[in-house]
Unconditional design. Structure first.
Length: 300
């Protein structure tokens, strides 16, 4: 039987690597840089965002991940009211659009009150990069029957890159994610609703981030949960591409997504939806044909 990821509005099959599209409703994202923000109100242009989301779903996005607070390294936190002002019009619009009904909405937030309001507005998944730092987050998710992404992060985005240290990178990340999973389950979140994210670029050096991209199988075995990898356009890719700026990291991001899927990731969170979907389909087609050819060779 094919494994599924349960969420508040149904389930997603994990028979392929899911693609989560990044929908940033912030003026200070490390890549989007507020391109959807309307000045001087600093609010997203919902009609433009909706158009982009329709295009991404047509291209094959499985999930739309809406966030109203930048969590890039060094980012300044925003208050919950501002976060809600940015995301609720988008979530409401997405839920009302029949063309987008098949793609569940994820809310990218560290705050339980924001998650609760987003779920009430129609979100189906909570993507919490902080690993349940808000003690009420797991309860909110459980009561809504939502899906949950538990991220790995030590500290706060503003300070997380200040000398990140691990004696055993994979073991420590797995153990800390496992403890967060246990807290979620104790609050009533069912295991089939939980996905873990090792936090590539979140309190990790560039070398550590690169290693975690390929750690899906290891983390799945240690935590018992499917794994999401978010490597898209991140700074560690510059070190692997001769220092390319964020605007020139599309190819590197797609390669990282394919590597993540090949090494056990159940989902990838990306900015470049069409390119990533196409690359993953090519990977899947090659693997399927190789399996068929190998089976035929064994039967001879």
């Amino acid at each position: 039987m094919t494994e599924t990821w349960q969420h508040a509005r149904g389930a997603l099959s994990l028979d392929h690597c899911l693609v989560m599209a990044v929908v940033n409703a912030t003026p200070d994202s490390f890549y989007d840089k507020g391109r959807w923000i309307v000045s001087p109100a600093q609010q997203p242009d919902v009609s433009v965002v909706m158009g982009e989301c329709r295009r991404w779903v047509e291209l094959g996005a499985d999930i739309l991940d809406v966030g109203g607070e930048s969590t890039r390294p060094g980012a300044t936190p925003v208050d919950e009211a501002t976060e809600l002002e940015r995301i609720l019009p988008i979530i409401t619009g997405l839920r009302a659009d029949p063309e987008l009904a098949a793609a569940p909405i994820s809310v990218d937030t560290r705050h339980a009150r924001v998650a609760e309001a987003a779920l009430a507005a129609g979100a189906a998944i909570v993507n919490d990069v902080s690993g349940l730092a808000d003690p009420q987050m797991a309860r909110v998710v459980a009561e809504a029957g939502a899906g949950l992404v538990i991220g790995h992060l030590r500290g706060e985005p503003a300070t997380m890159q200040a000398e990140p240290r691990f004696d055993d990178l994979l073991g420590e990340v797995a153990d800390e994610l496992g403890r967060s999973v246990a807290r979620a389950e104790a609050a009533g979140v069912a295991r089939e609703r939980i996905v873990v994210d090792p936090g590539v670029g979140f309190g990790k050096t560039r070398a550590q981030s690169a290693a975690l991209v390929g750690a899906g199988d290891f983390l799945r075995a240690r935590t018992g949960c499917p794994v999401l990898i978010g490597a898209s356009r991140k700074r560690f890719l510059a070190a692997l591409t001769g220092g390319k700026p964020v605007e020139e990291r599309m190819l590197a991001s797609v390669v990282a997504a394919v590597v993540a899927a090949t090494r056990g990731a159940a989902a990838v969170r990306v900015h470049d939806v069409g390119e990533t979907v196409e690359a993953l389909r090519v990977r899947g087609g090659i693997e399927a044909e190789l399996s068929r050819a190998a089976a035929a060779a064994r039967d001879r």
